[in-house]
Design a protein around this ligand. Structure first.
Ligand code: UGA
Length: 434
């Protein structure tokens, strides 16, 4: 099939690349000339495990192309994916100007039947708005389909190639058949392609992310309670998660959810409920709990140091909002750095992939280390903020001899409690006894 993907951010690039991998002819469009040139030369603008291999293979075999020329990209395309940003507006609702703007540009160019697919996370009713744009600007028949993505950063390629499910919102029979044929190679193991109406599909995405965010906030509250009643959240997690109805996954407490999706989507769903005069009480609490959880390590530090962090130096391991990505959008680490600096502390950071993004953002406000042990030099304590594998089994002797004191505050529960006691560390984690 001939496909165009508009927007080469995280979602667009993974979608375009993975669609070319099953033999489709894919043209990706972006307005950023520099980025397009970079990709034409086989350079990936993002870090995503496994993506480079597929990206290069399909470029070399001429199934994956990049251009700034929208007209050229959509000329022969049967399906056009919109993978454009929907940033939160001032009131928390999703800003649709990129999506609707692209729809208008496409409408002015189409000469034959097209399926236009919204991949971006868009509020309920967006498909109707996109349809209205086409109705206004062209007489050519265009089917507007909602097809939300469920890609996790860090494992996005795997999620695309073997999805748990594909959700397609359309009432257009021709579009349904095309989408079925397009996705069939990805669900050979029997996972479903679930067809539904556009509005249900749009809401499915928000409901999925908001449910997952709720699961995390719930576990974070259980963890906080564990600390007060002397229980161990690791045990509670296992006991609770072994019930199939609850499930073992996504129950890890920590320093709050971050990233470009959960904070934005929970807020947008709450706003959309409010717009429809529905008070979505759980979501409001989920957001409130997350705001508090992002500050929990700093609160613990203040308690440990008797309220004063002035002139203390902290080594931070991990900046990305989660491992296997260089993405720092809404990363809890940024909130923690901000709080530490405000309290007069000094900060030295290390992250295997995200360090340059933080350097670009914070410049000389903090210090940057070339490796995880260098970050510990002159530091009063170590703070672990992202659960990168490389932090899981460190040289504890080296940590002990480099830090001024043997103090670790772990926001990701990486280490065994008994082991840390044996090693003589003061080890403060989330939801577990000291
Ligand atoms: C999330 C969803 O998982 C994807 O299905 C969805 O497609 C994507 O958003 C999106 O809307 O585009 P992602 O943001 O990449 O994916 O990351 P997650 O792995 O879901 O993690 C989100 C946050 O939750 C991270 O800050 C992570 O540290 C935190 N988390 C996750 C926990 O605190 N505990 C857990 O048990 C799991």
């Amino acid at each position: 099939m001939k496909i165009a993907v508009i927007g080469t951010g995280y979602v667009g690039l993974v979608t375009g690349t993975c669609l070319s991998e099953t033999g489709n002819d894919v043209t990706c469009v972006d307005i950023n000339k520099q980025k397009v040139q970079m990709m034409q030369q086989g350079q990936l603008p993002i870090y995503e495990p496994g993506l480079e291999l597929l990206f290069l293979r399909n470029i070399i075999q001429d199934r994956l192309r990049f251009t700034t020329d929208l007209a050229d990209a959509i000329k022969d395309a049967e399906i056009i994916f919109l993978a454009l940003p929907t940033p939160p507006g001032e009131d928390g609702s999703a800003d649709l100007s990129y999506v609707l703007g692209a729809a208008k540009d496409i409408a002015k160019l189409v000469t034959s039947y097209k399926v236009v697919v919204t991949k971006s996370t868009v509020p309920v009713g967006t498909a109707d708005k996109v349809k209205a744009v086409f109705n206004e600007h062209t007489d050519v028949e265009v089917a507007v389909v909602s097809n939300p993505e469920f890609l996790r950063e860090g494992v996005a390629v795997e999620d695309f190639m073997k999805p748990d499910r594909v959700v397609v919102g359309t009432t257009d029979e021709r579009a349904r058949k095309l989408m079925h044929d397009l996705y069939s190679p990805y669900v050979r193991q029997g996972n479903p392609i679930i067809f539904m109406d556009e509005r249900s599909s749009e809401l499915t995405k928000y409901a999925a992310n908001s449910f997952l965010a709720t699961k995390i906030s719930f576990m974070n509250e259980i963890a906080n309670l564990c600390e007060l009643v002397g229980a161990n959240v690791d045990m509670v997690r296992l006991g609770v998660g072994s019930d199939d109805r609850i499930g073992k996954r996504f129950l890890f407490p920590g320093i709050g959810y971050g990233g470009s999706c959960f904070p934005k989507d929970v807020q947008a769903l709450a706003k959309s409920a409010e717009d429809n005069k529905y008070d979505f009480k759980i979501l409001n609490s989920v957001m409130e709990v997350n705001t508090i959880q992002k500050k929990i390590l700093v609160e613990k530090l203040k308690k440990y140091y008797g309220g004063d962090l002035k002139d203390k130096t902290f080594a931070l391991w991990g900046l990305a909002f989660k491992p296997e990505t260089d993405d720092i959008r809404e990363a809890p680490a940024l909130y923690i750095i901000d709080e530490l600096l405000q309290a007069g502390a000094k900060v030295t950071v290390f992250d295997p992939e995200a360090i340059n993004n933080v350097k670009y953002l914070l410049e000389d406000k903090i210090a940057y280390a070339d490796d995880q042990y260098e970050a510990l030099e002159e530091a009063d304590a170590l703070l672990i903020l992202t659960e990168w594998s490389v932090f899981r089994n460190p040289d504890f002797n080296r940590i002990a001899s480099t830090l001024k004191e043997k103090v670790i505050f772990d926001g990701r529960n990486l280490f065994d409690l008994d082991k840390m006691i044996d090693l003589g560390f003061y080890y403060n984690s989330i939801g577990r006894d000291l």
